[in-house]
Write a protein that binds this ligand. Structure first.
Ligand code: PMP
Length: 413
């Protein structure tokens, strides 16, 4: 009854957790949600004002499918100046969210059976987009150690069309350095492979510096940059994202856009234009608050016994599940050795023997016993099996209370 393509596409693994959380809330429990994939801040007022002005000025109709010319131009300027990639407005397509840019790019590039190298763990929608386009994800572990040329060569085939990278990374929080990006660039050139570089968290970065792979050597010829306004400007509901790519790719994506969604919202595009043109102070403020939260949550998680790297960017901690001395309330199945390469500085290894390691069971236990929602690591691929992802798009107070609840639970085991 349904297409073969959709058979391979999984429903979001977080749906069950969300339903459980809703049920608990209905019972009047105070549920703390650390699963959010969006900033908890409001969209800055000057951006909202620009949208109101656009409405009042009558910009409430279809706009050019590739985006309003002013916004495409402004994005091209941003990419040239900040990311050091030599592009013009015709290399830019504005889409209803970065997700749609990813989907349109996969649909434009992939033929049935084409392979796409995916670094695992990876944000969930890349795999879905690859599968919907008839492609096949080929997984390569990249959790806390950079990938290199040889590792990528070990999974390449004559069907490989693309490699997807995402730095700063969701869910792990790593930021790829120039050395790793150069290995990927060299590999992509040698094997004639395209790179999809999802840079949506580029501004939510702490000590390190963001480098776009498209700025290296001749990489702009084979890179599709994905970016958007959802995270940087707390604009998830506005649905504005974009891709920057060689003109032929943009024009193919444009056909998909013309025949599916027509264009991104006219009003939202004027808001996005304001976001780029006006002061970036709001972004700095959000990032410094995220940093405070990151420092707190990582310190507390390590105290409690989770094994976690200090994230360099985005607003997630990918935390190795601590060893519990009893596992009565969780499943004891599926202990995996996938976490053994963790270089965490925490005292507790997520791969200690003989304990429960099922991330889904652990996340369910947290919800049931502490009313805390997290995302099971296996939602991001097998490499996440012994982990849970905490989003720190939550207030300092919520983080403090959440960690206290978890500490109490863990110490009672
Ligand atoms: N890429 C990554 C890595 C993300 O984490 C997300 C949001 N969770 C998106 C893209 C989607 O962003 P948008 O709201 O622009 O569709």
């Amino acid at each position: 009854m349904f297409s073969r393509r959709m058979e391979g596409v999984k429903e979001s693994a977080t749906i069950k957790m969300a339903a459980l959380a809703r049920a608990l809330r209905k019972e009047g429990e105070k549920v703390l949600d650390f699963s959010l994939g969006e900033p908890d801040f409001s969209t800055p007022p000057h951006i909202c004002e620009a949208a109101k002005r656009a409405m009042d000025a009558g910009f409430t109709h279809y706009v050019p499918s590739a985006g309003i010319p002013e916004l495409r131009e402004e994005i091209a300027i941003k990419i040239r100046e900040e990311n050091r990639v030599d592009v013009s407005a015709e290399n830019v397509i504005v889409t209803p969210g970065a997700k749609q840019a990813i989907f349109a790019a996969m649909m434009s590039i992939l033929n049935e059976g084409d392979e796409v190298i995916m670094l695992e763990p990876a944000w969930v929608s890349f795999e879905a987009a690859i599968r919907m386009a008839g492609g096949k994800p080929i997984w390569l572990l990249r959790r806390d150690k950079p990938v290199n040329y040889d590792m990528m060569s070990s999974v390449v085939s004559e069907k490989t069309r693309m490699i997807v990278i995402n730095s700063p990374n969701n869910p792990v929080g790593y930021v790829m350095g120039e050395r790793e990006l150069r290995e990927i660039a060299e590999f992509a050139s040698d094997h004639n492979v395209l790179v999809m570089s999802d840079e949506i968290y580029e501004k939510i970065i702490y000590e390190k510096k963001h480098v776009s792979i498209a700025s290296l050597d001749a990489m702009s010829e084979r890179t599709i940059i994905i970016n958007g306004f959802s995270k940087t400007y707390a604009m998830t509901g506005w649905r504005v994202g974009y891709a920057v790519a060689p003109v032929e790719i943009v024009n193919t994506m444009l056909k998909i856009q013309q025949h599916s969604v027509t264009c991104a919202s006219s009003i939202s595009q004027y808001a996005a234009l304001e976001a780029l043109r006006s002061s970036q102070e709001c972004v700095y403020e959000m990032v410094s608050e995220f940093k405070r939260r990151r420092d707190l949550i990582v310190r507390r998680l390590r105290d409690i016994g989770f094994a976690c790297e200090m994230p360099d960017g985005a607003f997630y901690v990918f935390a190795g599940i601590p060893t519990l001395s009893t596992s009565s309330s969780t499943s004891s199945s599926s202990a995996s050795s996938s976490a053994s390469s963790s270089t965490s500085s925490s005292a507790s290894s997520p791969n200690s023997q003989n304990e429960q390691k099922d991330d889904v069971a652990f996340a369910e236990m947290l919800l049931r016993d502490t009313h805390i929602v997290v995302t099971p690591g296996s939602a991001f691929g097998n490499a996440g099996r012994n982990y849970v992802r905490f989003s720190y798009a939550a207030s300092i107070e919520e983080i403090s209370e959440g960690m206290a609840r978890i500490e109490k639970l863990i110490s009672s085991h």
